[in-house]
Design a protein around this ligand. Structure first.
Ligand code: SAM
Length: 291
């Protein structure tokens, strides 16, 4: 079969089927073999791996994954792409296709039934309209993933990889630091896609920690505090935690907690590292649970 991830390969498939691009599904297909090679190389795939591919499209990444992985499970929401994927890959014994919204699939069950004990890796050129919900779903579900290698919008990649105190640093950055370490694989021009989107992209890889890098007494409280800290970025940590934290702590006592933690009440939440959020979480947990 011809390589799909090129201009000619993609055009040939599109000419053969009555497929119409749907903007609402974020359909921008990769047509640059060089970028494809970088994704596959970064994902470091072997026969021992089961790859979950989110949004296979017409199968340009899928084709490469199938030639290397022991198992590929592709999850595609668009019914119109299913016949294309079935025609091209239906005969591959290591291919499973699921026609559904990835956010609605029970991935625990899917992995139990299909992964055959292999290492689980996610590889995807993600639909940009739901990049963050997909990544957070993958992390919060504790799916025992080894790596997540994804194409995302460039500005989202910068947010994911940002340093405390910068404009890009946000709740998603801290959450990702809690679950993973990441590296930017490559930047990708908008011209590497059909149709070309009006933003550039980047491939980023997340390696999941065996154990979070900080100890917190209550993970739910950590994320509640992180969310509140970034809810009103222009306000001090004291004001935003008091207004948005749902912590049930009088303001003067919250001020004392922040001052005694060494973090201070007048800093902005956006300057705190994951380690400082962990310290704060544990102090607030102690306060809330003192008898
Ligand atoms: N992998 C292909 C490629 O690289 O050319 C297509 C990538 S395209 C950016 C995103 C793909 O995700 C599309 O095929 C789209 O239909 C699919 N998609 C969008 N929303 C989805 C969802 N909620 N669940 C599963 N697939 C989705």
């Amino acid at each position: 079969m011809k390589v799909i991830g090129t201009v000619e390969g993609t055009k040939e498939i599109l000419n053969r089927y009555p497929f119409v691009f749907k903007k609402k599904f974020g359909q921008n297909f990769l047509i640059n073999p060089h970028t494809l090679d970088k994704i596959i190389e970064a994902a470091d795939i072997s026969e021992d791996d089961c790859i979950i591919e989110i949004g296979p499209g017409i199968g340009c990444v899928t084709q490469q994954l199938l030639s290397k992985a022991g198992k590929v499970i592709a999850i595609e929401i668009d019914n119109n792409l299913i016949p294309i994927l079935e025609d091209n890959f239906g005969d591959c014994p290591n291919f499973t296709l699921i026609n559904d919204d990835v956010l609605k699939v029970d991935l625990h069950q899917l992995i139990r039934e299909q992964a055959q004990g292999k290492n689980i890796k996610v590889v995807a050129n993600l639909p940009y309209y739901i990049t963050t919900p997909i990544i957070m779903m993958l992390l919060e579900n504790q799916l025992d993933l080894e790596t997540i290698t994804v194409m995302v919008q460039k500005e989202v990649a910068l947010r994911m990889d940002a340093q405390p105190g910068t404009k890009q640093y946000g709740a998603i950055t801290v959450a990702l630091n809690y679950y993973t370490s990441s590296y930017l694989v490559t930047n990708v021009s908008r011209h590497c896609f059909m149709p070309s989107p009006n933003v550039d992209s980047a491939v980023i890889q997340f390696k999941l920690h065996d154990k979070p890098p900080v100890d917190v007494k209550d993970e739910r409280l950590l994320f509640q505090i992180i969310k509140a800290a970034f809810a009103q970025r222009r306000k001090t940590l004291l004001n935003t935690l008091f207004a948005r934290g749902g912590l049930n702590i009088p303001k003067d006592e919250l001020k004392t907690i922040l001052d005694e933690s060494g973090i201070g009440a007048s800093v902005r939440g956006e300057t705190l590292s994951l380690e400082e959020f962990a310290v704060l979480t544990n102090i607030i947990w102690d306060y809330q649970n003192k008898s």
